[in-house]
Ligand binder design. Structure first.
Ligand code: NDP
Ligand code: X2W
Length: 312
């Protein structure tokens, strides 16, 4: 039987990216609302309850409202917003993060898609905590840069439209200077850390792409970090861990490296013997950071090929 899927918020940045990945698939049928009805609660209620699976690509408050509109036990939900990432009763939708995570996603009815920055941070840090290489009490810093599509339609307009209310011509800017970014609790919880990491995000004048860096001034041996990461993601095609030879030979990492893909690349850089390391994750904020992850979770939940529609 062909499963029906409704994307609530389908006219937004993430929603359109998901629809693009689902286009042409004959194992799924998309339920669509026209422009006049896409924000109408009655029309949304009907679509949310008709669908076998819904993907919420909405601001947090609207995502909570959408969940409340579902009044049948059958519809399965993937929420791309921040609303449910540390909420009881929700499964964290990062199939590669723990050995049993893909099975848990496949069995869940409520799945919360990870944030784009947490995807990079957790992919680097969680295997090291699990392997005992990183003490959960270690104070960590996360330096990260996103393409401006990470801020959705409003930020895209700010960077592309000189007439937009908050138009900017900057090349690069820091934000979340009060250290209260909404992704911090998610990073701490799913990495298994005793204290919140210090998160220092930035936006660059490029549409899509992301670099997440965790510097370790007092690091375990580089070889042990690389082995722990390689072991954690063995057999997981969307997450690639650079070999020692590849990482040691690299002189630059660019934000565009994985733009337009749904993959995630992990590097441990450092100076052998210095006792320091730079852990680096590269992804597309709209790929493995949002739409790619949502489609991967959808595939798992519907028992379909996990990689269907995804761009490696
Ligand atoms: N952009 C990214 O890289 C990432 C985004 N996310 C998350 O995904 C979610 C969507 O983000 P993004 O696509 O960037 O945001 P956008 O602002 O681009 O899109 C949001 C869409 O939701 C629509 N919307 C708002 N309120 C309602 C409502 N009550 N009913 C129906 N539709 C509504 C908006 O309508 P209108 O078009 O009229 O404004 C818009 O089309 C957010 O929670 C975001 O945090 C997660 C990871 C990465
Ligand atoms: C560049 C930019 O502004 N990015 C957004 C995060 C985008 C994202 O990942 O949204 P979620 O919170 O749903 O994960 C921000 O920092 O708020």
């Amino acid at each position: 039987m062909t499963a029906s899927v409704f994307i609530d918020g389908g006219a937004g940045t993430t929603g359109l990216e998901i629809a693009e990945r689902l286009a042409g698939r004959n194992d799924l049928r998309l339920i669509r609302l026209d422009e006049a009805r896409r924000k109408d609660p009655a029309a949304r209620r009907e679509a949310l309850n008709d669908a076998d699976a819904v993907i919420l690509c909405l601001p947090d408050a609207a995502a909570r409202e959408a969940v409340a509109l579902i009044d049948n036990p059958r519809t399965r939900v993937i929420d791309a917003s921040t609303a449910h990432r540390v909420a009881d009763g929700w499964t964290y939708g990062f199939p590669e993060l723990e050995p049993d995570a893909a099975e848990r996603v496949a069995a869940a009815t409520r799945v919360s898609n990870p944030g784009c920055y947490p995807t990079g941070f957790l992919a680097l840090v969680r295997p090291l905590v699990r392997a005992g290489l990183l003490d959960p009490a270690t104070p960590l810093t996360v330096n990260a840069t996103s393409g401006y599509s990470g801020g959705g339609k409003a930020m895209i307009a700010a960077f592309e439209d000189a007439q937009a209310p908050d138009a900017t011509d900057t090349a690069f800017r820091l934000y979340a200077l009060g250290l209260g970014h909404k992704h911090v609790s998610e990073m701490q919880r799913h990495a298994g850390l005793d204290r919140p990491p210090l998160f220092a995000p930035a936006v660059a004048r490029t549409y899509r792409g992301m670099i997440v860096e965790v510097p370790l001034p007092d690091a375990p041996p580089l070889a042990e970090i690389r082995t722990a990461l390689a072991n954690a993601y063995a057999g997981r095609p969307l997450v690639r861990v650079a070999s020692a030879e590849e990482a040691d030979a690299m002189g630059l990492v660019t934000i565009e490296r994985l733009a337009g893909t749904d993959a995630l690349e992990l590097f441990a850089f450092g100076n052998h013997g210095a006792g320091q390391a730079r852990l680096v994750a590269v992804l597309d904020n709209l790929g493995k950071g949002a739409a790619g992850a949502a489609v991967q979770n959808l595939n798992l939940m519907l028992g379909l090929d996990e990689l269907s529609g995804l761009k490696l």
